[in-house]
Write a protein that binds this ligand. Structure first.
Ligand SMILES: *Cc1c(COP(=O)(O)O)cnc(C)c1O
Length: 416
């Protein structure tokens, strides 16, 4: 454990840490913040971005919609290019709007269209509860029974991550009765990154719609949603995207669906053709982009916060971030394995291509105590029942020295 100083010196992205507020412990030192998978840190620039909008509201009132420095009417468009880069999409395919579960419902309205014996939804085991609730309620809404219509792909016995070949053969086996496949890009619990291109292809071969929940993927791994032919995707922005608590989420719809008027959709005035929106007539003419799924005018302050962070992502570059991420998380894994006294199992896949920056540590005994001791030692991470501590060394603001300090704390005799 002697090289980390060197690794930090050769880290091209090391200065991006200074763009963020790192929370301080009661003794005034910076905590080790490994919870960017749960709530990303605040960029220092956020205040200026939000103040601009507060000032324009103060000085312009309603005229700010057109005359603000960053006019509010098209404000969401200022985020589109950066979101397109992060998701590997065209600018007409992505939009910042709502929050994740809301977007999931809106896109299920459009893309979960059960027909005949093709009515099931296929999902990975241990996916996020909100996704399950959304799917269960959509299934009920269509008059089916979730215990029959929602099918889960499970890991092999005693395993955590799901075997890639098992996913494909499961799709081949159950595809004929499946209307829609919804997978995480990266599973929130295990940290496993799925092969989105292959899942999409296998689903399409069986005539299924394939969507992804990218809550733990966007800003974490590189995405190529358009090229992978993904039908739709949704995400939240308060995790790796650092958009702040309750940040505005996002949605992707593949270009080939954008002008298909047979796709059902819930309508609102923000989806209306921009040149017609203020005609105030009652004829809905959808914007010919994914923006037609928008319902309401969006929260500008929240968009401003997210915009500040996306501008930083743009500067750092997602492929540079991913490179650093692979070595940072790899270093963390290597040190844990070196010092492990048998107390911990890393349940996240060890192949860097099958994970992002998160490592999920299954603690064999007294996990909750270990977690609480970590928190008392000013390591901010999180606990997931029944026995998992999740840590995420985030390449934008974490560094190699922190990884080293973390592993020392994790295996310190006080923590035994
Ligand atoms: C964080 C997370 C959510 C959160 O949903 P919100 O609607 O934004 O509160 C949903 N799904 C997954 C997989 C998540 O990780």
């Amino acid at each position: 454990m002697t090289h980390c100083g060197e690794q930090d010196k050769s880290d091209k992205l090391i200065n991006f840490r200074d763009r963020f507020y790192i929370p301080l412990a009661s003794d005034g030192t910076q905590v080790i913040y490994f919870a960017g998978n749960s709530l990303g840190l605040q960029p220092k620039s956020v205040r200026d971005y939000i103040n601009q909008e507060l000032d324009d509201w103060k000085n312009l009132g309603v005229l700010g919609h057109h005359n603000a420095k960053n006019p509010w009417l098209p404000y969401h468009e200022f985020l589109t290019e950066n979101l397109a880069i992060l998701s590997g999409a065209g600018e007409d395919e992505v939009v910042a709007m709502n929050s994740l579960t809301v977007n999931l419902h809106l896109l299920l309205v459009s893309f979960y269209r059960p027909k005949g014996k093709k009515y099931k939804i296929l999902i990975e085991d241990k996916s996020f509860p909100s996704d399950h609730y959304a799917l269960q309620s959509q299934i009920l809404y269509h008059g089916f029974n979730p215990s029959d219509a929602l099918i889960e792909i499970k890991p092999r016995r005693n395993g955590y991550s799901i075997n890639n070949e098992d996913i494909i053969s499961f799709i081949e086996e159950h595809g004929d009765e499946t209307a829609l496949i919804l997978f995480s890009g990266v599973n929130y619990f295990t940290g496993q990154a799925f092969e989105m291109d292959k899942i999409t292809e296998a689903g399409h071969n069986k005539g299924c719609i394939v969507g992804f929940d990218l809550a733990h993927a966007i800003g974490n791994i590189e995405l190529k949603l358009h090229e992978w032919n993904v039908d739709f995707a949704v995400w939240c922005s308060y995790k790796y995207l650092n958009g702040g608590p309750g940040a505005v989420g996002g949605a992707f719809v593949h270009k080939r669906h954008l002008q298909d008027s047979t796709i059902p959709k819930f309508w609102g005035w923000w989806g209306q053709n921009k040149s017609k929106r203020f005609d105030m007539d009652h004829v809905f003419q959808p914007i010919p982009t994914v923006e037609s799924w928008q319902l309401s005018n969006p929260p500008i302050f929240q968009l401003a916060a997210l915009r500040a962070s996306l501008d930083i992502f743009r500067e750092a570059g997602i492929s540079e971030l991913r490179k650093k991420s692979i070595s940072l998380t790899g270093y963390c894994e290597k040190l844990i394995n070196e010092f492990n006294d048998g107390r911990i199992d890393i349940i996240t896949p060890s192949d860097p291509m099958q994970r992002g920056c998160q490592l999920s540590l299954k603690v064999k005994k007294d996990g909750r105590n270990l977690y609480q001791r970590l928190i008392r030692s000013n390591v901010i991470c999180d606990w997931r029942e029944p026995d998992v501590i999740r840590i995420a060394p985030v390449p934008l603001y974490n560094n190699f020295s922190e990884v080293e300090r973390f592993v020392k704390i994790l295996f310190s005799p006080d923590n035994a």
